[in-house]
Design a protein around this ligand. Structure first.
Ligand SMILES: Nc1ncnc2c1ncn2[C@@H]1O[C@H](COP(=O)(O)OP(=O)(O)OP(=O)(O)O)[C@@H](O)[C@H]1O
Ligand SMILES: [Mg+2]
Length: 153
């Protein structure tokens, strides 16, 4: 889709880019500064996991626009070693390496929807979504604007 933002994750610098991109996408979708920071934090943790546990991967982000709500979906993919026990990995304190095991449970808490698909030796895909309810005034404004842009027959 044309709206997709794709960030390859190979280095610390890419993590910074993913964080900044998610924050600016959240801003453009009307999330508050606080919410945008929480989203950027979740994206940072997932990007850091790609670097630490898989070496490299890719994060894509896309806006979701519905009538009563809008949001953003983040898909992080890698072809690393995978996670053998996904349900344990999202528990606080589970870490295979030197980490604290807070990244996945933290990201899950910060987002509204959170899913991990992983097969040992095939890689990992983390999909997470954050929603924002749109209020009546905002929807009314959009309908007016649409009428001005496209007055119809
Ligand atoms: N992309 C990934 N590929 C392979 N394993 C992963 C991946 N992401 C997470 N894991 C596994 O899940 C565990 C938990 O991840 P989590 O981010 O919660 O903790 P951590 O990265 O070990 O430490 P922290 O994020 O607190 O520094 C990791 O220790 C690792 O075993
Ligand atoms: Mg981590």
């Amino acid at each position: 889709m044309g709206d997709d933002i794709i960030v390859s994750i190979h280095s610390d610098q890419d993590m910074v880019v993913a964080r900044a991109q998610s924050r600016s996408l959240a801003d453009s979708l009307g999330f508050s500064r606080t919410e945008a920071t929480l989203i950027a934090t979740a994206v940072s943790e997932i990007a850091r996991n790609i670097l630490m546990h898989a070496g490299r991967g890719e994060i894509s982000m896309r806006p979701l626009r519905e009538d009563v709500r809008c949001g953003l979906i983040v898909v992080a993919q890698d072809s690393g070693p995978g996670i053998r026990d996904v349900s344990r990995a999202v528990e606080s304190g589970f870490a295979s390496t030197g980490g604290l095991g807070l990244g996945l449970p933290g990201a899950r808490r910060l987002m509204d929807e959170f899913e991990i698909e992983s097969e040992p030796s095939e890689g990992t895909t983390v999909t997470m979504t954050k929603w924002r309810m749109r209020d009546d005034l905002e929807r009314l404004r959009e309908r007016r604007l649409r009428r001005v842009v496209d007055p119809g027959p």
